[in-house]
Design a protein around this ligand. Structure first.
Ligand code: SAH
Length: 697
C-alpha cells in the first residue's frame, strides 16, 4: 500500500504530494512520537504505579478479582504495573498497530503474556462477552489519554464509552480524577501572539502609525490550544491578576459526559490590570484520597524541586476574546466552555442580578473572522510585534530605498511593503509602487485581509498585491517597470526548517528577468550557522529508556531508533529553543553562505570541517539556524541572539524554530569519552532545497 504525504517543496514554496511506502507514515509517527518522553517521565510513572497498586489492593480487599482495562496501552507499561501489583487479568487496548505489536513483544519479554491480553483496536470497537475481546467488564480502569489541554486526545468520549460498555459500575479508576486550574494574567509578550500592535515608523515626513483594521481588533482568534513550556517564561514577562483557581474536575470512576458544556467560577483580581490571558494546567489524582498527585503546575505555583521536565504535557495559554481592564477586588466571572476536544475561555464582569445564575448560554468556540489568525500563526504575530526586529528592517529599508525605487516584496504576510511605502513612497507619487505577493497557497483568500488593512491605514492603491507565483510574474504586473529593490524577510508559512525560507532565493532567481541591472536585494545574503550543544532536557525525547520502573522497554527503544534511521540519513528537526534550554559546547560557527545578489547555482553547496569543543559537557546534538544580512551592516538572526560566555547559556530568537540534529550518541546512548571536536559534513542540495548533514564525534 502507498500513502501520500504532503510536503512543501522549498524550491517552489508550494505543497507537493509525494508517494511514500506504507512504512513511511508509521516511521514518522514513531520517530517523532512522545513515547520516549513519557517513558522518561519518572514522576508520572512512579505515581501511576502507586495509584495502580492502591487500586488493585482496594479491589482485593473487597474480595474481588482485579480485572484491569488499560485503554491506550502504548508499550504496555501500565498493564505490566497492574499485573505486577497483583491484578488477575489485564485487557490492554491499543489502536495504533505498530504500538500494539510492540506491546505484545514487551509484555512477553517481561513475562506477563498469561496476564495481559493486548487488543489492537480502538476502545470503542472492543466487545465484551464469552466470545468477545473481553470475557467480562473490568473493575479497574487505567488510562493515560491526556494531552496538555487534558481532553484534546479524546479522553472524554473514550471514558464515556468505557463506562457504558466496558467497565463495571463503581469501578476503580487510575487516575481517579483530573482538575483543571486557571490563573488570569496580563502579559504583553503573550498577548502579542494574538493581536497585532500598532507599528510606529519614523518616516521623512513625520511618524506614521500602522494600525490593524477593526475586524482584527475584535476577532476572537483561533480555537486551537497554544501549548508551551510555561516554565521557560520568566516572571518578568507576565503579571498575575488572580490567584490560581480550580476551573473544573472530571471524576473518571463515574460515568463521564463528553457533550459540550460550560463551567463558571467567580474571581476577584488580586491586582488591577488588563486581563488578556488565561494560563491553565491540570493535575491528576491517582487515588480518591488525592494523596498521589501528579501536577503540571508551573514554577511559581509549586516548589522547583517538585518540577519534572516533560514535553508530552505542558501548560496552556488561552487568549481572552478581548482585553478587559479589571480592578483589584471587583467581582468577575470566568467561564470555561468545552466541546469534546477543546476548551476556551470568556471573562464577564459580574452584575448584581446575574450573581445567582449560572452561565447557561455556552459561548461558541472562537472562529477567526479577520483572517489574520489564519495568515499568521502565534509565533508570527510575535515576530511582527517585535519592535526591535521591526526597527532593523526599517533601518535597512531606509538605507536601500530611493525616491524612485520600484520595490517588490516576496514573503508571506509581510508588513515590509507597508514599511517600504512609508519610507519612500511620499517622494515617488507615481513611480514607486510597492508590490507584494502575500501567499502562494490558496487555502483562503488573504486579499480581503489586506484590503481591510490598507483601508484602515489609508493605503488603498498605494500597494499592489500581485497574485502570481514568481515564475509567472509578467512585466504588466509591474507596469512594465524593472524592480530596483527586491525585499523579503524572508518568511514563508510552508517552511518547516530554517533553511526552507531560502525559497526567497529561488523566487529571486525566478524573477531575475524583471530585476534592474543595479537591483538591490534585501536581504543581500544569508548564512547558515551551527553550534554544538548540551540540552538541559530536550535530549530525553530522543533518548532510549532501557528499564522503566523495573520493566524492560528496550523493544520500544529499538523501534524508535529504527524509525529515526529509517531514511538512513537522519534528519534535523525543528524545535523552538527558547522553550528548551541548552548550553553551548562550541562557539557558534558560520558553515554556509547564500548570496542573494546572484541566482541559485546549479551545483550543490557543501562544506566540511571540524568544530572545537570549548566547554565540558555531553554533546547531545547540533543546533542550526539562519541569519539574514539585510544590508552590509544589519543582520537578523533567526537562531542565537546571545551567548553568555562563562556558562555557555544561550538565548534564542523567541519567534522562530531552530533546527536540531540529535547525535547518534543520544539515540543509542553510547558512552563517549569527552570528545574535543566534532567534524561535520553539510550539503545544501540546490535541486531540492534541502540540507543533508552528518556529524562525527
Ligand atoms: N499507556 C501508555 C501509553 C500512553 S499514550 C503509557 O502510559 O506509557 C496513549 C496511547 O493510547 C497511544 O498509543 C494511542 O495510540 C492510544 N489510544 C488513544 N486513544 C485510544 C482509544 N480510544 N483506544 C485505543 N487506543 C487509544
Amino acid at each position: 500500500m502507498k500513502t501520500f504525504c504532503g510536503r512543501a517543496n522549498p524550491t517552489t514554496g508550494s505543497m507537493e504530494w509525494l508517494e511514500e511506502g506504507e512504512d513511511y507514515d508509521y516511521h514518522q509517527e514513531i520517530a517523532r512520537s512522545r513515547y520516549a518522553d513519557m517513558l522518561h517521565d519518572k514522576d508520572r510513572n512512579v505515581k501511576y504505579y502507586q495509584g495502580i497498586r492502591a487500586a488493585v489492593s482496594r479491589v482485593k480487599e473487597r474480595g474481588e478479582k482485579a480485572i484491569v482495562l488499560d485503554i491506550g496501552t502504548g508499550t504496555g507499561l501500565l498493564s505490566m504495573m497492574a499485573a505486577s501489583a497483583g491484578a488477575d487479568f489485564c485487557y490492554a487496548i491499543e489502536v495504533f498497530k505498530p504500538m500494539a505489536n510492540a506491546a505484545v513483544k514487551i509484555v512477553e519479554k517481561n513475562g506477563f503474556s498469561d496476564k495481559i491480553k493486548v487488543i489492537n483496536k480502538h476502545s470503542t470497537e472492543v466487545t465484551v462477552g464469552p466470545d468477545g475481546d473481553m470475557q467480562c467488564r473490568a473493575n479497574i480502569l487505567v488510562t493515560e489519554l491526556f494531552d496538555t489541554e487534558l481532553i484534546g486526545e479524546g479522553a472524554l468520549p473514550t471514558y464515556e464509552h468505557a463506562h457504558k460498555y466496558l467497565v463495571q459500575e463503581g469501578c476503580e479508576a487510575v487516575p481517579h480524577r483530573a482538575t483543571v486550574y486557571v490563573q488570569l494574567v496580563e502579559s504583553r509578550r503573550m498577548w502579542s501572539w494574538k493581536k497585532l500592535f500598532p507599528v510606529h515608523v519614523e518616516a521623512e515626513d513625520g511618524e506614521k502609525i500602522l494600525v490593524p483594521p477593526s475586524e482584527m481588533e475584535n476577532c476572537p482568534g483561533l480555537a486551537s490550544v497554544c501549548d508551551i513550556q510555561l516554565n521557560q517564561m520568566p516572571s518578568s514577562d507576565f503579571s498575575t491578576l488572580s490567584d490560581v483557581v480550580k476551573m473544573f474536575s472530571v471524576d473518571f470512576s463515574k460515568p463521564v459526559q463528553s457533550a459540550s458544556t460550560c463551567y463558571r467560577v467567580q474571581l476577584e483580581p488580586v491586582k488591577s490590570g488588563k486581563a488578556q490571558i488565561v494560563l491553565s494546567w491540570w493535575d491528576i489524582d491517582m487515588d480518591p484520597s488525592g494523596m498521589i498527585n501528579c501536577s503540571m503546575a508551573p514554577y511559581w505555583v509549586k516548589p522547583t524541586s517538585a518540577l519534572q521536565w516533560r514535553d508530552h504535557w505542558m501548560q496552556c495559554v488561552y487568549f481572552l476574546p478581548h482585553e478587559e481592564p479589571v480592578l483589584q477586588g471587583e467581582k468577575l466571572y470566568l467561564t470555561a466552555c468545552r466541546d469534546e476536544y477543546s476548551v476556551w475561555y470568556n471573562l464577564q464582569k459580574a452584575r448584581a442580578e446575574e450573581e445567582e445564575h449560572k452561565a447557561d448560554v455556552c459561548v461558541e468556540s472562537p472562529v477567526c473572522r479577520c483572517r489574520a489568525h489564519l495568515l499568521w500563526n502565534r509565533p508570527r504575530f510575535g515576530a511582527l510585534n517585535d519592535q526591535s526586529r521591526t526597527r532593523q528592517y526599517i533601518e535597512s529599508l531606509r538605507k536601500v530605498l530611493k525616491t524612485d525605487s520600484v520595490c517588490l516584496c516576496i514573503s508571506d504576510g509581510s508588513l515590509l511593503p507597508v514599511l517600504a511605502h512609508y519610507l519612500g513612497a511620499k517622494q515617488v507619487q507615481h513611480a514607486g509602487s510597492g508590490c507584494m505577493q502575500p501567499s502562494r497557497i490558496d487555502l483562503y483568500h488573504p486579499h480581503e485581509l489586506w484590503q481591510a488593512f490598507f483601508k484602515a491605514n489609508n493605503l488603498e492603491d498605494k500597494i499592489k498585491i500581485i497574485e502570481a507565483r514568481p515564475e509567472l510574474l509578467k512585466p504588466s504586473h509591474l507596469e512594465d517597470k524593472k524592480i530596483s529593490v527586491l525585499v523579503g524577510e524572508p518568511f514563508f508559512t510552508t517552511s518547516l526548517l530554517p533553511w526552507h525560507n531560502l525559497y526567497f532565493w529561488y523566487a529571486r532567481t525566478a524573477v531575475s528577468s524583471h530585476l534592474a541591472s543595479n537591483v538591490t536585494v534585501l536581504p543581500q545574503s544569508a548564512s547558515l550557522h551551527m553550534m554544538i550543544v548540551q540540552f538541559q532536557d530536550l535530549w530525553r525525547i530522543r533518548s532510549p529508556c532501557g528499564i522503566c520502573e523495573g520493566f524492560d522497554v528496550r523493544t520500544m527503544d529499538d523501534m524508535i531508533k529504527d524509525s529515526l534511521n529509517f531514511r538512513e540519513s537522519k534528519e534535523a528537526e525543528p524545535h523552538p529553543l527558547w522553550e528548551y534550554p541548552c548550553k553551548s559546547l562550541s562557539e557558534p560557527q558560520e558553515v554556509l553562505t547564500f548570496d542573494f545578489t546572484k541566482t541559485v547555482p546549479q551545483h550543490c553547496l557543501s562544506t566540511e570541517g571540524s568544530v572545537k569543543l570549548v566547554r565540558k559537557g555531553k554533546s547531545h546534538g547540533a543546533v542550526l539556524w539562519m541569519e539574514y544580512h539585510l544590508t552590509a551592516d544589519i543582520s537578523v538572526s533567526t537562531g542565537l541572539m546571545q551567548l553568555s560566555n562563562e556558562k555557555g547559556n544561550c538565548e534564542w530568537n523567541p519567534h522562530c524554530k531552530q533546527a536540531v540534529y540529535f547525535f547518534s550518541s543520544v539515540i543509542e546512548s553510547e558512552i563517549l569519552s569527552d570528545p574535543t571536536a566534532v567534524t561535520y559534513d553539510i550539503k545544501f542540495d540546490t535541486k531540492t532545497g534541502e540540507i543533508a548533514m552528518d556529524f562525527k564525534l
